[in-house]
Write a protein that binds this ligand. Structure first.
Ligand SMILES: Cc1cc2nc3c(=O)[nH]c(=O)nc-3n(C[C@H](O)[C@H](O)[C@H](O)COP(=O)(O)OP(=O)(O)OC[C@H]3O[C@@H](n4cnc5c(N)ncnc54)[C@H](O)[C@@H]3O)c2cc1C
Length: 415
Protein backbone atom coordinates (compact mmCIF):
# COMPACT_ATOMS: atom_id res chain seq x y z
CA UNK A 1 0.00 0.00 0.00
CA UNK A 2 1.46 3.41 -0.97
CA UNK A 3 1.50 6.12 1.66
CA UNK A 4 -0.93 8.17 -0.46
CA UNK A 5 -3.38 5.27 -0.52
CA UNK A 6 -3.03 4.60 3.17
CA UNK A 7 -3.64 8.30 3.97
CA UNK A 8 -7.15 7.88 2.59
CA UNK A 9 -7.81 4.25 3.46
CA UNK A 10 -11.61 4.12 3.69
CA UNK A 11 -11.84 1.80 6.69
CA UNK A 12 -13.54 2.85 9.90
CA UNK A 13 -10.52 1.67 11.90
CA UNK A 14 -8.35 4.07 9.95
CA UNK A 15 -10.77 6.94 10.62
CA UNK A 16 -10.92 6.12 14.34
CA UNK A 17 -7.13 6.09 14.55
CA UNK A 18 -7.03 9.46 12.80
CA UNK A 19 -9.68 10.82 15.16
CA UNK A 20 -7.80 9.53 18.19
CA UNK A 21 -4.62 11.20 16.97
CA UNK A 22 -6.29 14.50 16.08
CA UNK A 23 -8.67 14.94 19.03
CA UNK A 24 -5.88 16.34 21.29
CA UNK A 25 -5.15 18.93 18.56
CA UNK A 26 -8.64 20.42 18.29
CA UNK A 27 -8.01 23.27 20.76
CA UNK A 28 -6.35 26.67 20.37
CA UNK A 29 -3.69 25.30 18.05
CA UNK A 30 -6.34 24.22 15.53
CA UNK A 31 -7.98 27.66 15.66
CA UNK A 32 -4.64 29.33 15.01
CA UNK A 33 -3.28 27.04 12.29
CA UNK A 34 -6.32 25.68 10.48
CA UNK A 35 -6.16 28.22 7.64
CA UNK A 36 -2.64 27.27 6.53
CA UNK A 37 -2.39 25.10 3.43
CA UNK A 38 1.14 23.65 3.46
CA UNK A 39 0.49 21.46 0.41
CA UNK A 40 -0.30 17.83 -0.43
CA UNK A 41 0.68 15.41 2.30
CA UNK A 42 1.14 18.28 4.78
CA UNK A 43 -2.43 18.96 5.89
CA UNK A 44 -1.88 17.83 9.46
CA UNK A 45 -3.12 21.11 11.00
CA UNK A 46 -6.65 20.05 10.06
CA UNK A 47 -8.29 16.73 10.83
CA UNK A 48 -8.82 15.45 7.25
CA UNK A 49 -11.77 13.51 8.65
CA UNK A 50 -14.32 14.81 6.14
CA UNK A 51 -14.33 11.78 3.77
CA UNK A 52 -15.33 9.48 6.63
CA UNK A 53 -17.72 11.99 8.18
CA UNK A 54 -19.41 12.66 4.87
CA UNK A 55 -20.25 8.96 4.43
CA UNK A 56 -20.91 8.55 8.14
CA UNK A 57 -18.24 5.92 8.42
CA UNK A 58 -17.67 7.82 11.63
CA UNK A 59 -20.33 10.16 12.98
CA UNK A 60 -20.43 13.76 14.13
CA UNK A 61 -21.31 12.47 17.61
CA UNK A 62 -18.10 10.45 17.73
CA UNK A 63 -15.96 13.37 16.55
CA UNK A 64 -17.55 15.81 18.99
CA UNK A 65 -17.36 13.32 21.84
CA UNK A 66 -13.66 12.66 21.20
CA UNK A 67 -13.04 16.42 21.13
CA UNK A 68 -14.86 16.96 24.41
CA UNK A 69 -12.82 14.19 25.99
CA UNK A 70 -9.88 16.54 25.69
CA UNK A 71 -11.29 20.05 25.81
CA UNK A 72 -13.82 22.26 27.37
CA UNK A 73 -16.23 23.29 24.57
CA UNK A 74 -14.99 26.88 24.81
CA UNK A 75 -11.39 25.81 24.17
CA UNK A 76 -12.34 23.70 21.14
CA UNK A 77 -14.99 26.19 20.01
CA UNK A 78 -13.63 26.67 16.49
CA UNK A 79 -13.31 22.97 15.72
CA UNK A 80 -16.74 22.20 17.14
CA UNK A 81 -18.26 24.96 15.00
CA UNK A 82 -16.57 23.56 11.89
CA UNK A 83 -18.09 20.15 12.55
CA UNK A 84 -21.51 21.83 12.81
CA UNK A 85 -21.06 23.56 9.42
CA UNK A 86 -21.65 20.16 7.80
CA UNK A 87 -25.03 19.72 9.51
CA UNK A 88 -25.86 23.37 8.89
CA UNK A 89 -25.44 23.05 5.12
CA UNK A 90 -27.31 19.73 5.10
CA UNK A 91 -30.21 21.24 7.00
CA UNK A 92 -30.18 24.41 4.90
CA UNK A 93 -30.46 22.44 1.64
CA UNK A 94 -33.13 20.10 3.06
CA UNK A 95 -35.20 23.25 3.65
CA UNK A 96 -34.61 24.38 0.05
CA UNK A 97 -34.79 21.42 -2.37
CA UNK A 98 -35.30 23.92 -5.25
CA UNK A 99 -31.67 24.99 -4.93
CA UNK A 100 -30.50 21.42 -5.61
CA UNK A 101 -32.98 21.00 -8.47
CA UNK A 102 -31.81 24.24 -10.13
CA UNK A 103 -28.16 23.24 -9.71
CA UNK A 104 -28.72 19.88 -11.39
CA UNK A 105 -30.63 21.30 -14.36
CA UNK A 106 -28.14 24.16 -14.78
CA UNK A 107 -25.36 21.60 -14.89
CA UNK A 108 -27.01 19.53 -17.61
CA UNK A 109 -27.46 22.69 -19.71
CA UNK A 110 -23.85 23.77 -19.11
CA UNK A 111 -22.41 20.37 -20.03
CA UNK A 112 -24.44 20.63 -23.21
CA UNK A 113 -22.90 24.05 -23.85
CA UNK A 114 -19.42 22.51 -23.41
CA UNK A 115 -20.21 20.34 -26.42
CA UNK A 116 -21.33 23.28 -28.51
CA UNK A 117 -19.16 26.24 -27.48
CA UNK A 118 -15.49 25.73 -28.30
CA UNK A 119 -14.35 28.81 -26.32
CA UNK A 120 -16.10 27.75 -23.13
CA UNK A 121 -14.87 24.16 -23.56
CA UNK A 122 -11.27 25.36 -24.00
CA UNK A 123 -11.36 27.50 -20.85
CA UNK A 124 -13.07 24.76 -18.87
CA UNK A 125 -10.55 22.13 -20.01
CA UNK A 126 -7.64 24.41 -19.10
CA UNK A 127 -9.12 24.93 -15.61
CA UNK A 128 -9.83 21.27 -14.79
CA UNK A 129 -6.53 20.05 -16.21
CA UNK A 130 -4.51 22.67 -14.33
CA UNK A 131 -3.27 24.62 -17.32
CA UNK A 132 -4.45 28.15 -16.68
CA UNK A 133 -0.98 29.55 -15.96
CA UNK A 134 -2.06 30.55 -12.42
CA UNK A 135 0.35 28.28 -10.52
CA UNK A 136 -1.65 27.92 -7.31
CA UNK A 137 -4.90 27.20 -9.12
CA UNK A 138 -3.21 24.66 -11.41
CA UNK A 139 -1.59 22.93 -8.43
CA UNK A 140 -4.93 22.68 -6.58
CA UNK A 141 -6.68 21.26 -9.69
CA UNK A 142 -4.01 18.58 -9.85
CA UNK A 143 -4.09 17.88 -6.09
CA UNK A 144 -7.85 17.47 -6.21
CA UNK A 145 -7.74 14.97 -9.07
CA UNK A 146 -4.80 12.97 -7.75
CA UNK A 147 -5.75 12.82 -4.06
CA UNK A 148 -9.51 13.53 -3.81
CA UNK A 149 -8.90 16.14 -1.10
CA UNK A 150 -8.25 19.88 -0.88
CA UNK A 151 -7.69 22.04 2.17
CA UNK A 152 -10.68 24.27 3.00
CA UNK A 153 -8.80 27.48 2.28
CA UNK A 154 -7.65 26.10 -1.10
CA UNK A 155 -11.28 25.23 -1.88
CA UNK A 156 -12.27 28.82 -1.14
CA UNK A 157 -9.45 30.34 -3.21
CA UNK A 158 -10.03 27.88 -6.06
CA UNK A 159 -13.78 28.56 -6.24
CA UNK A 160 -13.17 32.32 -6.10
CA UNK A 161 -10.58 32.24 -8.91
CA UNK A 162 -12.86 29.96 -10.96
CA UNK A 163 -15.79 32.37 -10.65
CA UNK A 164 -14.23 35.85 -10.55
CA UNK A 165 -10.87 35.54 -12.37
CA UNK A 166 -11.59 32.83 -14.94
CA UNK A 167 -15.26 33.84 -15.12
CA UNK A 168 -16.43 30.25 -15.55
CA UNK A 169 -19.93 29.18 -14.45
CA UNK A 170 -19.89 28.24 -10.76
CA UNK A 171 -21.96 25.10 -11.37
CA UNK A 172 -19.22 23.58 -13.55
CA UNK A 173 -16.66 24.22 -10.81
CA UNK A 174 -18.95 22.76 -8.15
CA UNK A 175 -19.40 19.69 -10.35
CA UNK A 176 -15.63 19.32 -10.77
CA UNK A 177 -15.26 19.34 -6.96
CA UNK A 178 -18.25 17.10 -6.33
CA UNK A 179 -17.05 14.42 -8.76
CA UNK A 180 -13.50 14.30 -7.41
CA UNK A 181 -13.73 14.98 -3.67
CA UNK A 182 -13.74 11.92 -1.43
CA UNK A 183 -16.02 14.01 0.79
CA UNK A 184 -18.07 15.24 -2.21
CA UNK A 185 -21.37 16.25 -0.70
CA UNK A 186 -24.42 17.82 -2.38
CA UNK A 187 -25.05 20.20 0.51
CA UNK A 188 -21.56 21.25 1.71
CA UNK A 189 -20.28 21.56 -1.83
CA UNK A 190 -23.19 23.32 -3.54
CA UNK A 191 -23.75 25.71 -0.63
CA UNK A 192 -20.03 26.54 -0.33
CA UNK A 193 -19.76 27.38 -4.03
CA UNK A 194 -22.90 29.50 -3.73
CA UNK A 195 -21.40 31.16 -0.66
CA UNK A 196 -18.23 32.13 -2.58
CA UNK A 197 -20.39 33.42 -5.47
CA UNK A 198 -22.51 35.63 -3.20
CA UNK A 199 -25.65 33.51 -3.58
CA UNK A 200 -25.76 31.99 -0.09
CA UNK A 201 -25.37 35.09 2.05
CA UNK A 202 -26.98 37.27 -0.59
CA UNK A 203 -24.52 39.80 -1.97
CA UNK A 204 -21.56 38.66 0.17
CA UNK A 205 -18.82 37.17 -1.99
CA UNK A 206 -15.39 35.72 -1.25
CA UNK A 207 -12.49 37.30 -3.15
CA UNK A 208 -9.19 35.37 -3.28
CA UNK A 209 -6.30 37.80 -2.74
CA UNK A 210 -2.65 37.20 -3.65
CA UNK A 211 -1.40 38.44 -0.24
CA UNK A 212 -3.71 36.10 1.61
CA UNK A 213 -2.67 33.14 -0.57
CA UNK A 214 1.01 33.97 -0.07
CA UNK A 215 0.61 34.15 3.70
CA UNK A 216 -1.51 31.02 4.15
CA UNK A 217 0.46 28.85 1.73
CA UNK A 218 3.60 29.88 3.64
CA UNK A 219 4.99 31.51 0.49
CA UNK A 220 4.50 28.51 -1.80
CA UNK A 221 2.34 30.67 -4.09
CA UNK A 222 2.11 34.42 -4.67
CA UNK A 223 -0.16 35.12 -7.66
CA UNK A 224 0.33 38.89 -7.62
CA UNK A 225 -1.23 40.60 -10.65
CA UNK A 226 -2.98 37.41 -11.78
CA UNK A 227 -6.24 37.53 -9.85
CA UNK A 228 -9.48 39.49 -10.17
CA UNK A 229 -9.51 42.46 -7.81
CA UNK A 230 -13.28 42.64 -7.57
CA UNK A 231 -15.95 40.04 -6.86
CA UNK A 232 -19.42 41.21 -7.79
CA UNK A 233 -22.08 38.90 -6.42
CA UNK A 234 -23.85 36.63 -8.87
CA UNK A 235 -27.63 36.79 -8.93
CA UNK A 236 -30.28 34.13 -9.32
CA UNK A 237 -33.82 35.48 -9.52
CA UNK A 238 -35.54 32.07 -9.54
CA UNK A 239 -37.98 31.50 -6.67
CA UNK A 240 -36.89 29.19 -3.86
CA UNK A 241 -39.53 27.90 -1.50
CA UNK A 242 -38.87 26.98 2.12
CA UNK A 243 -39.90 23.38 2.88
CA UNK A 244 -39.93 21.87 6.36
CA UNK A 245 -38.15 18.48 6.41
CA UNK A 246 -40.18 15.59 7.79
CA UNK A 247 -38.56 13.56 10.57
CA UNK A 248 -39.75 9.96 10.68
CA UNK A 249 -39.65 7.66 13.69
CA UNK A 250 -41.55 4.68 12.37
CA UNK A 251 -42.98 2.03 14.64
CA UNK A 252 -41.60 -1.26 13.34
CA UNK A 253 -43.01 -3.54 16.03
CA UNK A 254 -44.17 -6.91 14.76
CA UNK A 255 -42.94 -6.38 11.18
CA UNK A 256 -40.18 -8.21 9.34
CA UNK A 257 -37.68 -5.45 8.73
CA UNK A 258 -34.79 -5.31 6.28
CA UNK A 259 -31.99 -2.81 6.84
CA UNK A 260 -30.55 -1.19 3.74
CA UNK A 261 -27.07 0.35 3.97
CA UNK A 262 -25.78 2.74 1.28
CA UNK A 263 -22.86 5.13 0.94
CA UNK A 264 -24.96 7.88 2.60
CA UNK A 265 -24.60 6.31 6.04
CA UNK A 266 -22.11 3.53 6.68
CA UNK A 267 -22.60 3.22 10.46
CA UNK A 268 -26.09 1.76 10.92
CA UNK A 269 -25.04 0.37 14.31
CA UNK A 270 -25.53 3.86 15.77
CA UNK A 271 -28.65 4.75 13.81
CA UNK A 272 -31.23 3.59 16.34
CA UNK A 273 -31.82 0.47 18.37
CA UNK A 274 -32.73 -1.49 15.25
CA UNK A 275 -33.17 -5.24 15.21
CA UNK A 276 -33.42 -6.02 11.50
CA UNK A 277 -34.23 -9.46 10.14
CA UNK A 278 -31.74 -9.08 7.28
CA UNK A 279 -29.22 -6.53 6.02
CA UNK A 280 -28.53 -5.48 2.43
CA UNK A 281 -25.41 -3.46 1.60
CA UNK A 282 -25.38 -1.83 -1.84
CA UNK A 283 -21.72 -1.04 -2.35
CA UNK A 284 -21.67 0.25 -5.93
CA UNK A 285 -20.89 3.98 -6.23
CA UNK A 286 -23.76 6.12 -7.43
CA UNK A 287 -22.94 8.58 -10.25
CA UNK A 288 -22.86 12.17 -8.96
CA UNK A 289 -23.18 13.94 -12.28
CA UNK A 290 -23.70 13.62 -16.00
CA UNK A 291 -19.88 13.65 -16.13
CA UNK A 292 -17.87 10.73 -14.70
CA UNK A 293 -16.84 10.30 -11.09
CA UNK A 294 -13.20 10.93 -10.20
CA UNK A 295 -10.92 7.90 -9.96
CA UNK A 296 -10.42 8.23 -6.20
CA UNK A 297 -13.99 9.12 -5.25
CA UNK A 298 -15.36 6.26 -7.39
CA UNK A 299 -13.82 3.68 -5.07
CA UNK A 300 -13.70 5.36 -1.65
CA UNK A 301 -17.32 4.91 -0.56
CA UNK A 302 -17.62 1.57 -2.28
CA UNK A 303 -14.55 0.18 -0.50
CA UNK A 304 -15.73 1.68 2.77
CA UNK A 305 -19.03 -0.14 2.48
CA UNK A 306 -17.36 -3.46 1.67
CA UNK A 307 -15.16 -3.01 4.72
CA UNK A 308 -18.06 -2.04 6.99
CA UNK A 309 -20.26 -4.91 5.77
CA UNK A 310 -17.86 -7.42 7.32
CA UNK A 311 -18.89 -6.36 10.81
CA UNK A 312 -22.68 -6.23 10.32
CA UNK A 313 -23.30 -9.95 10.64
CA UNK A 314 -21.73 -10.14 14.08
CA UNK A 315 -23.36 -6.89 15.21
CA UNK A 316 -26.92 -7.50 14.03
CA UNK A 317 -26.76 -11.30 14.25
CA UNK A 318 -28.57 -11.74 10.93
CA UNK A 319 -27.66 -12.59 7.35
CA UNK A 320 -25.92 -9.85 5.38
CA UNK A 321 -26.16 -9.60 1.60
CA UNK A 322 -23.57 -7.48 -0.21
CA UNK A 323 -24.26 -6.41 -3.80
CA UNK A 324 -21.98 -4.32 -5.94
CA UNK A 325 -23.48 -4.62 -9.41
CA UNK A 326 -26.94 -4.57 -10.93
CA UNK A 327 -30.17 -2.60 -10.88
CA UNK A 328 -31.01 -1.61 -7.34
CA UNK A 329 -34.70 -2.38 -7.82
CA UNK A 330 -33.82 -5.99 -8.77
CA UNK A 331 -31.32 -6.37 -5.93
CA UNK A 332 -33.81 -5.00 -3.42
CA UNK A 333 -36.65 -7.06 -4.72
CA UNK A 334 -34.65 -10.32 -4.63
CA UNK A 335 -33.42 -9.62 -1.09
CA UNK A 336 -36.85 -8.66 0.27
CA UNK A 337 -38.34 -11.82 -1.25
CA UNK A 338 -35.58 -14.17 -0.14
CA UNK A 339 -35.84 -12.95 3.45
CA UNK A 340 -39.63 -12.62 3.56
CA UNK A 341 -39.32 -8.93 4.53
CA UNK A 342 -42.25 -6.53 4.87
CA UNK A 343 -40.50 -3.19 5.04
CA UNK A 344 -37.13 -1.74 4.08
CA UNK A 345 -35.53 0.65 6.54
CA UNK A 346 -32.59 2.92 5.91
CA UNK A 347 -30.96 6.00 7.35
CA UNK A 348 -32.67 9.26 6.31
CA UNK A 349 -31.41 10.00 2.80
CA UNK A 350 -30.49 13.65 2.39
CA UNK A 351 -30.99 15.34 -1.00
CA UNK A 352 -28.71 13.88 -3.60
CA UNK A 353 -28.31 11.08 -6.13
CA UNK A 354 -28.33 8.22 -3.60
CA UNK A 355 -31.73 9.34 -2.23
CA UNK A 356 -33.11 9.59 -5.73
CA UNK A 357 -31.75 6.20 -6.79
CA UNK A 358 -32.93 4.41 -3.65
CA UNK A 359 -36.44 5.89 -3.65
CA UNK A 360 -36.86 5.19 -7.36
CA UNK A 361 -35.68 1.60 -6.94
CA UNK A 362 -38.07 0.98 -4.05
CA UNK A 363 -40.97 2.54 -5.95
CA UNK A 364 -40.19 0.45 -9.03
CA UNK A 365 -40.07 -2.75 -6.95
CA UNK A 366 -43.17 -1.87 -4.90
CA UNK A 367 -41.17 -1.84 -1.66
CA UNK A 368 -42.18 0.21 1.37
CA UNK A 369 -39.14 2.33 2.30
CA UNK A 370 -38.87 3.97 5.72
CA UNK A 371 -36.08 6.45 6.41
CA UNK A 372 -35.01 6.93 10.00
CA UNK A 373 -33.64 10.36 10.93
CA UNK A 374 -30.64 10.42 13.21
CA UNK A 375 -31.06 12.35 16.45
CA UNK A 376 -28.11 14.54 15.45
CA UNK A 377 -29.84 15.63 12.24
CA UNK A 378 -33.14 16.15 13.97
CA UNK A 379 -31.52 18.40 16.57
CA UNK A 380 -29.44 20.31 14.00
CA UNK A 381 -31.50 20.81 10.87
CA UNK A 382 -34.35 22.86 12.42
CA UNK A 383 -31.76 25.57 13.26
CA UNK A 384 -30.40 25.67 9.72
CA UNK A 385 -33.22 27.58 8.08
CA UNK A 386 -31.24 30.78 7.63
CA UNK A 387 -27.66 31.86 8.46
CA UNK A 388 -25.07 29.78 10.35
CA UNK A 389 -25.28 32.18 13.29
CA UNK A 390 -28.75 30.82 14.16
CA UNK A 391 -27.32 27.32 14.52
CA UNK A 392 -24.12 28.47 16.21
CA UNK A 393 -26.15 29.97 19.08
CA UNK A 394 -27.80 26.59 19.58
CA UNK A 395 -24.61 24.50 19.73
CA UNK A 396 -24.61 24.20 23.56
CA UNK A 397 -28.25 23.12 23.48
CA UNK A 398 -27.63 20.62 20.66
CA UNK A 399 -24.60 19.15 22.44
CA UNK A 400 -26.76 18.51 25.45
CA UNK A 401 -29.63 17.11 23.34
CA UNK A 402 -27.31 14.59 21.68
CA UNK A 403 -25.99 13.52 25.07
CA UNK A 404 -22.66 15.32 25.07
CA UNK A 405 -22.36 17.28 28.26
CA UNK A 406 -20.60 20.57 27.78
CA UNK A 407 -19.04 21.17 31.15
CA UNK A 408 -15.34 20.58 31.78
CA UNK A 409 -13.17 18.30 29.68
CA UNK A 410 -14.06 14.71 30.46
CA UNK A 411 -11.45 12.09 31.27
CA UNK A 412 -9.61 11.10 28.13
CA UNK A 413 -11.48 7.93 27.22
CA UNK A 414 -11.79 7.94 23.50
CA UNK A 415 -14.23 5.67 21.66
C1 LIG B 1 -15.95 25.54 -2.43
C2 LIG B 1 -16.02 24.56 -1.30
C3 LIG B 1 -16.51 23.28 -1.51
C4 LIG B 1 -16.60 22.37 -0.46
N1 LIG B 1 -17.10 21.11 -0.70
C5 LIG B 1 -17.24 20.23 0.32
C6 LIG B 1 -17.77 18.92 0.10
O1 LIG B 1 -18.16 18.55 -1.01
N2 LIG B 1 -17.83 18.09 1.16
C7 LIG B 1 -17.43 18.45 2.41
O2 LIG B 1 -17.50 17.64 3.32
N3 LIG B 1 -16.95 19.69 2.65
C8 LIG B 1 -16.83 20.58 1.65
N4 LIG B 1 -16.33 21.83 1.91
C9 LIG B 1 -16.07 22.22 3.30
C10 LIG B 1 -14.64 22.03 3.82
O3 LIG B 1 -13.71 22.54 2.91
C11 LIG B 1 -14.29 20.57 4.12
O4 LIG B 1 -15.32 19.96 4.88
C12 LIG B 1 -12.99 20.51 4.92
O5 LIG B 1 -11.96 21.13 4.19
C13 LIG B 1 -12.65 19.10 5.22
O6 LIG B 1 -11.34 19.01 5.72
P1 LIG B 1 -11.05 18.55 7.22
O7 LIG B 1 -11.80 17.31 7.53
O8 LIG B 1 -9.58 18.50 7.37
O9 LIG B 1 -11.67 19.77 8.02
P2 LIG B 1 -11.44 20.23 9.54
O10 LIG B 1 -10.96 21.63 9.51
O11 LIG B 1 -10.64 19.27 10.30
O12 LIG B 1 -12.92 20.28 10.09
C14 LIG B 1 -13.52 19.17 10.78
C15 LIG B 1 -14.81 18.78 10.09
O13 LIG B 1 -15.74 19.85 10.08
C16 LIG B 1 -16.51 19.83 8.87
N5 LIG B 1 -16.26 21.07 8.14
C17 LIG B 1 -15.19 21.88 8.27
N6 LIG B 1 -15.34 22.98 7.51
C18 LIG B 1 -16.53 22.85 6.87
C19 LIG B 1 -17.25 23.65 5.97
N7 LIG B 1 -16.80 24.84 5.55
N8 LIG B 1 -18.43 23.19 5.50
C20 LIG B 1 -18.92 22.00 5.92
N9 LIG B 1 -18.28 21.20 6.81
C21 LIG B 1 -17.11 21.63 7.27
C22 LIG B 1 -16.01 18.64 8.05
O14 LIG B 1 -16.86 17.55 8.28
C23 LIG B 1 -14.62 18.40 8.63
O15 LIG B 1 -14.21 17.06 8.49
C24 LIG B 1 -16.21 22.77 0.85
C25 LIG B 1 -15.72 24.05 1.06
C26 LIG B 1 -15.60 24.94 0.01
C27 LIG B 1 -15.08 26.32 0.27
Amino acid sequence: MTSETSTWSPSRDHALRRLRAFAPKTGARYAKQRNFDFGPGKHDKVSRLSPWLRHRIITENEVLSATLDHYNPRDAEKFIQEVFWRGYFKGWLEHRPDVWTYYKSDLVALVDRLDKEAGLAREYDAAVSGQTGIACFDAWASELVTTGYLHNHARMWFASIWIFTLKLPWQLGADFFYRHLLDGDPASNTCSWRWVAGLHTIGKTYLARADNIEKFTAGRFAPHGQLATMASALEDPRPVSLTAPIYLHPDLMGRRVGLLVTEEDCHPESLASLQPDAVLVLTGSTPRSVLPLGEKSAVFASDALSDRAQTFEAHFDVGVTVQKEGEWSDRLSDWMGANDLEVCVTSRLPLGPVARRTRRACRAAGIELLEITRVYDQCTWPHAKRGFFGLKKKIPQILSEIGLEQTDARPATLI
